[in-house]
Design a binder for this molecule. Sequence first.
Ligand code: PEP
Ligand code: MG
Length: 902
Amino acid sequence: MASQQTSEQKYVYDFAEGNRDLKDLLGGKGANLAEMTNLGLPVPPGFTISTQACKAFLSTGAQPDGLAEEIAAHLSTLEEAMGKRLGEPADPLLVSVRSGAKFSMPGMMETVLNVGLNDASVEGLAAQAGGNERFAWDSYRRLIQMFGKTVCDVPGEEFEHALEHAKQAKGTTDDLDLDAGDLRALVDAYKTIFTKHTGRDFPQAPLEQLELAINAVFESWNADRAVLYRRQERIPADLGTAVNVVAMVFGNLGADSGTGVAFTRDPASGAQGIYGDYLANAQGEDVVAGIRNTIPLQRLEELNKPAYDELLAIMARLEEHYRDLCDIEFTIERGKLWMLQTRVGKRTAAAAFVIAAQLVDEGLIDLDEALHRVNGAQLAQLMFPRFKLGPDLTPVAQGIGASPGAAVGKVVFEGRRAVELADAGEDVILVRRETNPDDLPGMIASRGILTSRGGKTSHAAVVARGMGKTCVCGADALDVDVRERRFTVDGRTVHEGDVVSIDGTTGRIYLGEVPVWPSEVVRYFEGSVGPDEADDALVAAVHRIMTHADGRRRLRVRTNADTGPDAARARRFGAEGIGLCRTEHMFLGDRRELVERLILARADDERKAALADLLPLQRADFVEIFREMDGLPVTVRLIDPPLHEFLPSLEELAVHVAVAQERGEPAAKDEAMLDAVRRMHEQNPMLGLRGVRLGLVIPGLFAMQVRAIVEAAVECARGGGDPRPEIMVPLVGAVQELETVRTEAEKIIAEVTREQAVDVLIGTMIEVPRAALTSGQIAEAAEFFSFGTNDLTQMGWGFSRDDVEGAFFWRYLELGIFGISPFESIDRDGVGRLVRIASEEGRAARPGLKLGVCGEHGGDPDSVHFFHEVGLDYVSCSPFRVPVARLEAGRAVVETAGSDSR
Ligand code: PEP
Ligand code: MG
């Protein structure tokens, strides 16, 4: 409770008191403003109200005790530094009130500029600006607009309509054509809107404006769009935002003023150079909002060479200081440069790899740090396909490639519609003039985002890049008419539902569906492009960092594969064996008939005959897999799903039989089948006759599989191969189950390998909680454990894995019961604890017990780190995720090693 905070609690920090490591307390923006201040860079003076104050405010709805006094004290220091007082009529100090959380949440929370202006000080501001009345009235109308919308929930469109109306009356479309008189009239119109919605006059007292603006920024932490963004980006909900109160500097004082955003390297490709956007005679938010088209930063050199040179020097200094790509926001006020923000910049997945490798070459970081700075999610993105561009394929328009990838989908113009169509299974491209934070749900639902306005730093670009979503922005050849749900380009009209293809790397837009090409990174992993042949900085960087990860990791990475081609592909991706071969696929297709015979067999000899027919087919499958994985371990799991999964559906069959009977048609075969299906029907098949239970109930089934595995291994060994089979028993809950299977299997192994020795391991899955809790006993009968974390999660939580994610997980995520589905990322505290117990007790009973995981979690980055910590020997995942697991296994080592020094 805020009121219980001790009176010594400090909530407010001058910029000179902070540093970049205090992001928890000061938020990212505040910590970096402090860092820049202490580096001696030109930062306007100001102070930061901590995230602690925000949390206290949000828990009680009021500012905590002592905060107002601290703010007053820091304000007076600020006033002294500036030689002006907040809102003083003759020469007002104005401040901005800016949000800034620990993790950047672009455009999600609020900012209010020009706090301190009122009916009197607007005149003083004009006088101080050399009689620039236009500037003063423009600043005032911006304050009323931002304050009204942010602090008092006045609908933003009302202000926008009034502004549009003023421009129409003047016969212009450009804000800059409005003169002081027009803006003064607009202020009156804005005030009327404000009063209409709030029932009070626009507050004239500067301190009241400040207090209300600060509270509104605190509250914006819980705005819907901020909540949604956090959920999407997995940012914890309880961090709160800091609030930065900063002396205003103005980019809208005339042609010698302006504002811009820059990156120290290209955030899209990682290439070195000067990347940024500049907008003359504009105030901060204009650039980010993408409202007017900006000019490239290089052109600032012609407009203001000294400021440009100073900016470049500062950017070089920041990059060296942060040892990373930085992005910055700056303002030039009458020729003088001011730094408003810096941070280690968001970047695309490709740029992350390229920049990390470049920084190693520049001697700024070592390879461990480079590995730490990339991640598996980025690598997965780079494995997405790209467009296959034929020579005759011409783009219909060119925008700015803001977030790479190739996206194809039906055009939609509203976020709501994007969500509807995506829910119905359609791929959609959200087309807007520009996006704003309200478009977030639609952006999440879309394959790609296309805008006709705004630069690389517009809202659409920044948010899409953060989400790894393809985005083309600033395609100004598109005339977008959202109301009519269409755009025109190059004389053609594209309606909602028409298909377009957008290339977020080149910015090109194509009408219709363009076929896609696999990524260079995938081609590299597959061995079809070498790291040196490709004139491609990205492939070279990936190669270098992956090689380092492989050298550093302790965890082996295997794959889940059930066919020869899958095994071969995974091996090219770096798989070091198979961790799970699910044998049940071998019971499908044209073998279904044999399986039906097995299930329907009434007598022993019928069943034996069916098994004998299945044996050579299974053996041939295993031979193919052992050959592809020659010299590497292959864990083959005996059949797991309930047998009735291989029979027709009960409902369909019942109808079929009933119809046949009604018509008097012969249906003996179907009736027998219906009988069998009824006999085998289970209310909870996931908890029923499957896995080892099936093997113990159907005589000869597991024996046939064991024989097929071992005979295949013998065949490969005879041919000079090096097969390494590991037989895995699923769904074991008690050691006696495993012992029974083991005794039978050992007899078969001894018999089949009499003339050709092959080492065969026998182990078990740990996927029933009881197995985890009795792992000491089970280890006596198992040479290896493989954690089946899918079932372990299902049975640990009591969540039916086929139902719950679609049924109610949204609510659990909303309530914060978990931040991510436990089927996607391991629940460390619960299911993870079962893994830990089983590992420790298993190894205590059998030192050297081999431990692995083969549930879906084996390819999930966070889970890989957990399995490293627990001390497993390997993870196993689908072929496509093998490189991701290799990378993350390496990262897990450097992160554990670096946690003291980093
Ligand atoms: C598991 O349960 O984690 C597992 C790998 O087995 P399956 O997904 O086939 O049940
Ligand atoms: Mg399982």
